[in-house]
Ligand binder design. Structure first.
Ligand SMILES: Nc1ncnc2c1ncn2[C@@H]1O[C@H](COP(=O)(O)OP(=O)(O)OP(=O)(O)O)[C@@H](O)[C@H]1O
Length: 616
């Protein structure tokens, strides 16, 4: 018995704490609304309070009217009295005020919601921007992001609307209860008790719905993924050629059908529970009503009072009920809003120091890597193991190695897309972590293997490499020229203003090699001291590669350049070649030095040369 009791207590204590902690998001949310539109928030509160009090005053006026009519009927010469006319006039005035307030409420609500939604979404985007690359590579983070996107897009606004409704109903209820208190506190208690179960059922089912939706996140993301594959132009060709459409639609349908069934079962159970408590509420209301009727018949209250109390009971009962439903819904929405804050609360690990060191202009000693170790989050084994390397300013280094040997990973560390586990990466003897991220990254021009293809115009696609200079057409053209992209741009009807990709109206798609030239131009756009080119010529034709090769020295002059390539014709352009094998540097030297020794480089070079020449 004792243990049953303590289980009961601990269970409900848990709910109580949960409710409190989740309603705890409400002040934070109000703070967010205040940040978004303080003036509109204040106006919304004022209008809500005004609109809530008018019906209470109206009810009281109708009581006065009835009492006046009873008096007039009892008089010798029944007719309109000035006080009756005045009361009717006030009633009419209140009606007008109510109309104005209700329209104003709608207007202010819309404006406040729009402003707040924008603010909440911008907060979410800014947070998404601050987070580390590592976050984007974890599926747990994508679950959080997906839930935050779903919750963040409308739940914060819904909570604010609900709070306004609760404020309005609460104020109106307080007014009505003040009127009712004059009658009988025990009737009020009866009223309250009859509606309390509504809150209990509401909260119970809110919780169930929320946990159901949260549990469904991974499957929902999978269903969304099938949806995306079936509708995204990137996949259209393969989906048709491999005949994947039917299979994927079925997968999508199965997942969503399971969701629907779960949701239906829950809704059925809630309806049954709701029906029972509605009946209980009805009993409470008619009990209170009967009590007032009995008192009126006994002459204890006036006919006006009967009108007042009957109206006040009815209004109070439905208000309490809707207030409790609103509270339960507030709890549910708060659960969703907590998912929005869950994303906002993730702290990035790769951050700028509080007092950053200015980046050396120009670098004098260059880049040093000392015994660098790096392990990808979630991996057991380090990808880079004890890397030591010194690179002088203006030097061009080619990184070569088999697939997966760690070349791209090393480049990601220079830009602090990840932080190292052990060792140090320094520029002029200053650790990378001591520069501000913005300063460091503005000093590095990059072209990654999987470079972005923005569905925007050519000017943006190149200018994004140096945003402040985006409108400097001379610099944009120079960068395009460096990358050999001028002929590509000249054949486009709108030149630099041509939208690339097929996502927007008038967009023109480019070939893989043409896109790569645009990406390369973006890397050349920056006046950074370090240039990182990961497979810059993988997709370009032999003539374009040769052309780039001719101008490469000039283009990278004075810049510390890192070049990753599997094409040895490109690799040869470097001052020094670094060979990586399974996360370790195994050879370093010029092309001639490495060819003179029987190592991995000479082996790979000869294999490629033989295959070109058709030997072997
Ligand atoms: N985001 C990641 N999370 C976990 N492991 C990763 C991640 N990216 C790469 N790896 C692993 O790190 C190793 C090195 O990858 P990296 O991309 O640096 O190789 P690479 O030398 O550039 O290869 P390639 O020549 O194919 O481009 C690989 O084993 C790869 O599986």
């Amino acid at each position: 018995m004792r243990s049953t009791f303590s289980t009961f207590v601990s269970r409900y204590r848990r709910y109580y704490i949960e409710i409190l902690s989740l309603l705890g998001n409400t002040p934070r949310l109000i703070h967010l609304v205040w940040d978004a539109a303080p003036g509109w928030l204040l106006l919304r509160i004022a209008v809500t309070l005004g609109a809530a009090l008018v019906p209470v005053v109206q009810l009281y006026i109708s009581k006065l009217v009835v009492d006046q009519v009873v008096l007039i009927l009892a008089s010798d010469a029944p007719g309109f009295t000035p006080s009756l006319i005045m009361l009717v006039g006030v009633g009419f005035g209140l009606l007008l005020v109510q109309e104005v307030l209700s329209q104003l409420n709608r207007l202010v609500n819309r404006i406040l919601n729009d402003q707040f939604l924008l603010h909440a979404n911008v907060q979410l985007l800014q947070q998404a921007m601050r987070l580390d690359l590592a976050h984007y590579e974890s599926s747990e983070f994508h679950d959080v992001l997906n839930r935050a996107q779903q919750s963040g897009s409308n739940y914060p606004v819904r909570v604010v609307e609900l709070l306004a409704r609760i404020l309005g109903s609460g104020t109106r209820l307080a007014g009505l209860l003040t009127l009712l208190l004059r009658f009988s506190p025990s009737v009020m208690l009866l009223l309250l008790l009859s509606v309390l179960p509504t809150l209990w059922v509401g909260i119970r089912y809110s919780q169930r719905r929320f946990w159901m939706s949260r549990r469904q996140t991974p499957s929902r993301r999978l269903a969304d993924y099938f949806y995306e594959v079936l509708t995204d132009p990137k996949y259209v060709k393969e989906v048709r050629l491999f005949n994947l459409g039917h299979h994927m639609v079925e997968q999508y349908r199965t997942i969503r059908q399971e969701f629907n069934q779960e949701s239906r079962r829950l809704a059925q159970r809630q309806s049954l529970a709701q029906l029972s408590i509605e009946l209980l509420g009805g009993v409470g209301f008619y009990g209170a009503y009967g009590l007032v009727l009995w008192q009126t018949i006994r002459g204890l209250v006036t006919l006006g009072d009967l009108t007042l109390y009957a109206g006040a009971f009815q209004q109070a009962q439905s208000l309490i009920e809707s207030l409790l439903v609103s509270l339960a819904t507030l709890y549910e929405y708060n659960l969703y809003v907590s998912q929005y804050f869950e994303l906002l609360d993730i702290a990035p690990e790769v951050t700028s120091p509080p007092q950053p060191h200015p980046f050396p202009q120009p670098m004098t000693r260059g880049l040093q890597l000392r015994d660098v170790y790096f392990t990808y989050p979630g991996s057991e084994q380090p990808t880079l193991k004890g890397i030591n390397l010194t690179v002088a300013p203006g030097e061009c280094i080619a990184l070569v190695g088999l697939n997966g040997s760690g070349k791209t990973t090393l480049l990601k560390l220079f830009t602090r897309l990840y932080d190292i586990d052990r060792g140090a990466i320094e520029i002029d003897d200053i650790p990378l972590q001591q520069f501000s991220l913005g300063d460091l990254r503005s000093q590095i021009g990059v072209l990654f293997q999987d470079f972005a293809r923005y569905a925007l115009d050519v000017q943006d696609n190149i200018g994004f490499g140096n945003l402040p200079q985006r409108d400097d057409m001379e610099q944009v053209t120079q960068a395009a020229d460096g990358a050999g992209a001028i002929p590509v741009i000249e054949q486009l009807e709108e030149g630099y203003q041509t939208i690339l990709g097929k996502m927007f109206a008038g967009g023109v798609d480019l070939s893989g090699g043409q896109w790569q030239k645009i990406g390369l131009a973006r890397a050349f756009m920056s006046d950074a001291q370090i240039l990182i080119l990961d497979e810059p010529t993988a997709a370009v034709d032999a003539i374009a590669e040769h052309d780039l090769f001719q101008r490469f020295r000039h283009l990278t002059q004075g810049k510390m350049t890192f070049l990753v390539s599997h094409r040895f014709s490109t690799v040869r352009m470097a001052d020094r070649i670094v060979v990586l094998e399974q996360g370790k540097i195994t050879e370093v030297g010029t092309h001639d030095q490495l060819m003179a020794q029987p190592g991995r480089y000479a082996e790979m070079f000869e294999l490629q040369a033989e295959s070109y020449l058709g030997k072997g």
